[in-house]
Design a binder for this molecule. Structure first.
Ligand code: F6P
Length: 325
């Protein structure tokens, strides 16, 4: 690993289950190759405050099963400014950090890329977000766990919805992206799924409820991504109640989806991606993100993550509709 002496490792943006497994993989792969790793606390905010933690193989013991991030995280506005990045570069130089692995989403990657271009720091991104909204990779760390967490709640709500013959609106996370809503809506047998990518038509939802009743359905689950319409599931519930007179209830799952012990899928994915990030730096790569495409590890330019938009598999809506009929 001749090109890398000291890696700075940070997590930034919204946390996601599996980030700790990725931290563990980066630290242990680097140390095994003779490269030191400095943990940067609280993402770019901690970097600007010089909050560091030296990483050893033992500092990442017993974290593979933990949600959250031992390095903590933040959303840092100063890093969007040239001046903030200059200060960061100076701090990194003093600390002897020549490379950064950043685990997060597209905002994290934009900051990293600019830091790399403006100050020559080598940067590699690892996609960690429950939203699965990062173009260039099939999947992001945390999506599987968040989907399973949401699904567990949806299954429980289904029990009470069926007992009371009620119509439930369940809001899941996803301000700009409906991937999580689609996944759990399909897997949870939802009668309708509302996502930000498609204009919400409450008349149509009302019709789905009326048609379902005609076919003998008594209870309904509608999954709503938080960004599907202004005021999310509350607004959808109000509109459909007015149209159908149904006995409606709303459940907003919220940040529970961001926590919890990662699934085996997320732990394995994070371990593979963490190792790949270090290998990429060691082979001289920079300004790239580790991606998984058809289960193979790839490196893609960081710019893809904000210049392109991840396409949503709208076929899932059709599958959900026919299978819930
Ligand atoms: O990006 C992850 C995410 O959980 C989104 O699904 C959600 O819209 C947002 O973060 C919530 O952010 P915060 O925790 O800062 O309120």
């Amino acid at each position: 690993m001749s090109q890398v002496n000291r890696i700075g490792l940070l997590t930034s943006g919204g946390d996601s289950p599996g980030m700790n497994a990725a931290i563990r993989a980066v630290v242990r792969t680097a140390l095994a190759g003779g490269v030191t790793v400095t943990g940067i606390m609280r993402g770019f905010s901690g970097l600007l405050d010089s909050e560091f933690m030296e990483m050893t193989p033992r500092s990442v013991s017993n974290i593979i099963q933990l949600g959250g991030t031992i390095l903590k995280t933040s959303r840092c506005l100063d890093f969007y400014e040239v001046e903030g990045r200059s200060r960061a570069a100076e701090i990194l130089r003093k600390k002897g950090i020549d490379s950064i692995v950043g685990i997060g989403g597209d905002g994290t990657f934009q900051g990293l890329s600019l830091l790399g271009k403006e100050h020559g720091v080598r940067v590699v991104g690892v996609p960690g977000t429950i939203d699965n909204d990062i173009p260039g990779t099939d999947i992001t760390i945390g999506f599987s766990t968040a989907a399973n967490t949401a699904l567990e709640s949806i299954d429980k709500i289904r029990d009470t919805a069926a007992s009371h013959d009620r119509l439930f609106f369940i809001e899941v996370m996803g301000r700009h992206c409906g991937a999580l809503a689609l996944e759990v809506g399909l897997a949870g047998g939802a009668e309708a799924i509302l996502i930000p990518e498609i204009d919400v038509d409450l008349d149509r939802v009302g019709q789905i409820v009326r048609d379902g009743r005609q076919r003998g359905k008594k209870s309904f689950i509608i999954v709503v991504a938080e960004g599907a319409l202004k005021d999310g599931a509350m607004a959808a519930a109000k509109g459909v109640k007015e149209r159908t007179g149904a006995d409606v209830r709303v459940s907003v799952l919220g940040h529970v989806q961001r926590g919890g012990s990662p699934t085996s899928y997320d732990r394995a994915l994070a371990s593979r991606m963490g190792r790949e990030a270090v290998t990429a730096l060691a082979s001289g790569q920079t300004d790239c993100m580790v991606a998984v495409v058809c289960n193979e590890m790839k490196l893609i330019p960081l710019s893809v993550t904000w210049e392109e938009k991840k396409s949503t598999d709208l076929d899932l809506l059709d599958v959900a509709e026919i299978t819930a009929s």
